[in-house]
Design a protein around this ligand. Structure first.
Ligand SMILES: Cc1cc2nc3c(=O)[nH]c(=O)nc-3n(C[C@H](O)[C@H](O)[C@H](O)COP(=O)(O)OP(=O)(O)OC[C@H]3O[C@@H](n4cnc5c(N)ncnc54)[C@H](O)[C@@H]3O)c2cc1C
Length: 318
């Protein structure tokens, strides 16, 4: 079933979903199952699986030269999605990126998903390759998520890249896209970001999931701005409990989000990571309850490889 159908069928009840990332190459898929299984009793309506593009590594060859190597540290997005749907009968949402893909490769990737009966995708541009400052599309790849969304919408009406193809089978993807209540780092202004966000919706995105946020007011203000701009699709807040002191600087640096000072002060009072975890869980429970009370369609949690904190939060909220 599609994410939007789950939301419609819920009749205003807030649903639960979460995001996982594929294990590092060389690890067993069981590590993913071990994270998913404790959360199944809360009836997640969909599970997102992130996509991780290639990285470049330089390896010394011992003779004075460094060799550039392309590595994919977390492959397996499609396989994990297929396994989730097969094993648990829960809808899986693979993330699909512009970065690292030509249009032809995107089309073939989507054909695989379609054949596996995966009918939800989250369409994203992707970040620049590690150690590069700016995003570079592949030759003949997409520069922005809105273009990728257009390609998926075209496939949904049977329009493939080969325009001479006759009687081509339409696909049937429900397309989600990313949104940034605190503005995407590269956007010169929130107005500009909203302009392009609207383009993603016009090109076929039927719901949005936000970057993680720690201050609900920022989410509420953002939804208001979106509605004023005519962006009328469901907007799902992304949530993550803080669990270490390092995250006080790592999360703003990596995800370009602010942490409320009240939360920062509580974390700084803690003597160890166990105490910080408790603070993070309590904060996330309070945030989740307020968002649920406000009638958000779904509470979407970023697991980042560990589900035990999410389990405690969801138990308290649903
Ligand atoms: C919910 C969520 C899940 C994510 N999952 C993944 C993942 O699995 N893998 C991964 O690598 N990354 C993931 N990301 C990170 C994401 O790829 C980055 O934030 C990336 O930098 C932007 O992606 P986007 O799809 O929002 O880009 P876009 O919507 O293309 O926007 C990128 C920037 O360009 C601007 N822009 C858009 N269109 C135009 C235009 N036509 N002209 C000029 N400017 C324009 C926007 O304002 C924005 O500043 C995720 C992010 C979120 C919020």
């Amino acid at each position: 079933m599609k994410v939007t159908e789950h939301i419609e069928n819920a009749n205003g009840e807030t649903l639960f979903s979460f995001e996982i990332l594929p294990p590092l190459k060389g690890h067993h898929i069981q590590s993913i199952f071990d994270n998913i299984e404790p959360l199944l009793r809360f009836d997640p309506k969909f599970i997102d699986v992130t996509y991780h593009r290639e990285e470049y590594q330089y390896k010394y060859n011992g003779e004075g030269l460094w060799r550039k190597q392309v590595v994919k540290k977390r492959p397996g997005t499609v396989g994990i999605c297929a396994a989730i749907q097969n094993k648990y009968k829960v809808d899986a949402v693979p993330h699909v990126l512009c970065g690292g893909f030509t249009r032809e490769e995107t089309e073939n990737f989507l054909i695989d998903l379609d054949f596996l009966e995966i009918d939800n995708v989250l369409a994203l541009r992707g970040d620049p390759v590690k150690n590069e400052t700016y995003f570079r599309p592949e030759p003949d790849g997409h520069s922005y998520a809105s273009e990728l969304i257009q390609q998926i919408s075209d496939l949904n009406i049977g329009r493939y890249l080969d325009e001479e193809m006759k009687n081509s089978a339409p696909m049937d993807f429900c397309i989600g896209a990313a949104a940034y209540p605190e503005k995407h780092i590269e956007a010169p202004s929130i107005e500009s970001d909203l302009f392009y966000l609207k383009k993603k919706v016009e090109n076929g995105a039927t719901y949005l999931i936000t970057q993680m946020g720690f201050d609900n007011q920022k989410f509420f203000d953002f939804v208001k701005l979106c509605r004023e701009e005519g962006i009328d699709v469901p907007i799902i807040p992304g949530l993550k409990p803080i669990s270490s002191k390092r995250q006080l600087t790592m999360l703003p640096h990596r995800f370009h989000v602010d942490l409320p000072n009240e939360l920062v002060l509580e974390v700084l009072k803690c003597k160890n990571n166990n105490e910080i975890r408790e603070v993070g869980i309590e904060w996330c429970i309070a945030q989740s309850k307020e968002l649920k009370e406000a009638g958000v369609p779904v509470l979407h949690y970023y697991c980042m490889g560990k589900s035990d904190d999410i389990e405690r939060i969801v138990e308290a909220v649903f």
